[in-house]
Design a protein around this ligand. Structure first.
Ligand code: ZN
Length: 151
């Protein structure tokens, strides 16, 4: 029988096994590190943002659990070619989804494929695994001196 949960799981497994946009981006003009001490996830995000404030290039490296890797992979796909303003909107929508009530349906129109990660809200300890990459992109955009941390 078709189950949406299985479909979501498949997408997450696929992105964990074969992360998209994985590796150092050269050239890049923003980058930052992120760390989630609760799980041990470590990420390094690279961005190339052009004069029109469009994310021309984005990639990530690092080691983490399957959720953090799949989330970063899906995020890079979602953000490539988007404006910095669109990033802010997606970040807010993603954060809202990850911390929403159990019965709330994710806004798939805004989130697209990112909605596969809606299931993390069932596991509060994994929410930070899923949001780490977003905080790390934010740090990179802000050229923060300190690594992004979920704690
Ligand atoms: Zn994790």
């Amino acid at each position: 029988m078709f189950s949406l949960g299985d479909l979501y799981q498949q997408v997450i497994i696929d992105h964990t096994k074969a992360p998209r946009n994985f590796g150092k981006l050269e050239p890049c003009n923003h980058d930052a590190e992120g760390y989630n001490p609760l799980c041990g996830d470590q990420l390094h995000v690279y961005l190339k943002i052009n004069d029109e404030q469009i994310i021309e290039g984005i990639s990530f490296e690092g080691q983490g659990c399957s959720i953090s890797t799949a989330s970063a992979s899906l995020m890079t796909q979602a953000l490539k070619g988007k404006t910095v303003t669109a990033f802010e909107q997606l970040f807010n929508a993603f954060h809202a989804m990850a911390t929403a009530d159990m019965d709330d349906k994710p806004d798939e129109e805004v989130l697209g494929k990112l909605a596969v990660l809606a299931g993390v809200k069932e596991f509060p300890s994994r929410i930070k695994c899923a949001t780490l990459c977003w905080h790390t992109v934010k740090s990179a955009m802000d050229d923060a001196a300190e690594p992004a941390r979920t704690e």
